[in-house]
Design a protein around this ligand. Structure first.
Ligand code: LLP
Length: 386
């Protein structure tokens, strides 16, 4: 992994804004997730929703990792980029009939409602195949993260709640075209209280697994979801997240059952740190109270700050000058199009390139053409001779 300032000449001839992905860092991250998951006996499925760039998916699939999809198109994309169809799981509260039909043959549909279970059964029946299903459970565990990325509470739309468990077990006993394979949990994203949140998730998962076993349903896997947080404040100090701690916590807190594999579904933690959004300073606006640096990347390119108030570190990769304090803002006609307020940044002027860091996850995939703006294209470190 090279310091981004090493690319400043190469970047200066590329139209901004653009995403830059450090494939060497991604490879290191993938190697570490593979090492740690093998050590603790956990099967990893990459949550494709975090980033769907073909070249990144190829690096991840080449490591033998499975995929976790949330739409029919993500299932197809994963398969096109090298993930075997029988290693793709598919979650989502609103799977359409078309998505279900095109996804038959995957490792598991993570079923989110009783009605969905019946619909999958009837579509599989009509196609003359069996569908492997696992139940997505809403475990009632608070992930202590932003409310928009908390998924495991009863108020959230996801999964089945305890009052539905008996009916789900009865239905699984009756339906002829679905085969029960396990349980799926996910409590939230950007979780930093690793021990506390994941030990609670495991305790609930263990109890709930006990219930389904008592109903005579045999599990093949328990999927504990994603959620491992990354260091947005100091990405250079922690470029590779602590997969060892996460998997150790899951492994120590989830009692093993004979023949039942444990799954984890990291999205953000695999791809966030390898991506930066590179943008150019267009104008400096000095006011008595503050100085604005107006850049050419906007909230349409990366919506996390505007949507969640998320913090992304910003570096001036063209200057080593002493720091000044800026409000760094985008060009979109919305007051929330702000990259950071009161940010110390090496003194910058028109034409300087800034790197908005840790942008590899939920960046490009959530972008839009709002204000009829162009989407930011992707460049990869191995295309540069640096
Ligand atoms: N599995 C399921 C079922 C999920 O819903 C998610 C993320 C993941 C895995 C991956 O979780 P991760 O390892 O990335 O935490 N757009 C938001 C994050 C939304 C996460 C949604 N679900 C953000 O930019 O922070």
């Amino acid at each position: 992994m090279k310091d981004l300032s090493a690319y400043k000449n190469a970047f200066s001839v590329i139209e901004t804004p653009f995403y830059f992905y450090d494939t060497e860092l991604l490879q290191r991250t993938v190697d570490e997730v593979s090492r740690a998951s093998a050590k603790y006996g956990i099967d990893v499925h990459y949550a494709v929703k975090a980033n769907v760039e073909e070249r990144l998916l190829q690096i991840i699939s080449a490591a033998g990792i499975g995929a976790d999809a949330v739409s029919g198109n993500e299932v197809s994309r994963a398969v096109e980029c090298g993930f075997p169809k029988n290693k793709v799981v598919f979650a989502g509260v609103g799977k359409t009939d078309k998505e279900i039909r095109q996804s038959l043959g995957i490792e598991a549909f993570n079923v989110e409602s009783l009605q969905e279970l019946e619909v999958i059964d009837s579509i599989a029946g009509a196609e003359g195949v069996m569908a492997d299903v696992s139940l997505r459970i809403n475990p009632g565990v608070d992930a202590h993260t932003h409310k928009f990325i908390t998924t495991g509470l009863e108020a959230n739309k996801f999964g089945l709640v305890p009052e539905e468990f008996q009916a789900a077990a009865d239905l699984l006993g009756r339906l002829k075209n679905v085969r029960f394979t396990g349980l799926h949990f996910h409590v939230g994203s950007q979780i930093t209280d690793i021990q506390e949140v994941f030990s609670q998730e495991c305790a609930r998962a263990n109890e709930i697994a006990g219930f389904f076993e008592s109903q005579g349903l045999k599990m093949e896997h328990i999927d504990l979801g994603g959620g491992l947080g990354v260091d947005y404040l100091t990405p250079d100090q922690n470029p590779v997240p602590d997969f060892e701690l996460w998997f150790r916590t899951l492994s120590e807190n989830m009692p093993r059952r004979e023949g039942v594999r444990l799954f984890a579904e990291p999205g953000r933690s695999l791809v966030a740190q390898c991506g930066s959004l590179i943008t150019k300073v267009l104008y400096i606006k000095k006011r008595t109270s503050k100085t604005f640096a107006v850049v050419d990347a906007g909230m349409n390119n990366l919506v996390r700050p505007a949507l969640y108030g998320a913090y992304h570190r910003i570096d001036n990769i063209c200057s080593q000058a002493p720091a000044e304090v800026y409000d760094i803002v985008g060009p979109v006609c919305e007051s929330s199009d702000v990259w950071g307020t009161d940010r110390p940044l090496a003194s910058c002027g028109r034409g300087d390139l800034l790197a908005i860091r840790s942008a590899g996850a939920y960046g490009s995939v959530m972008s839009s053409s709002y204000n009829l703006r162009d989407k930011a294209p992707a460049y990869f470190s191995d295309d540069f001779n640096i």
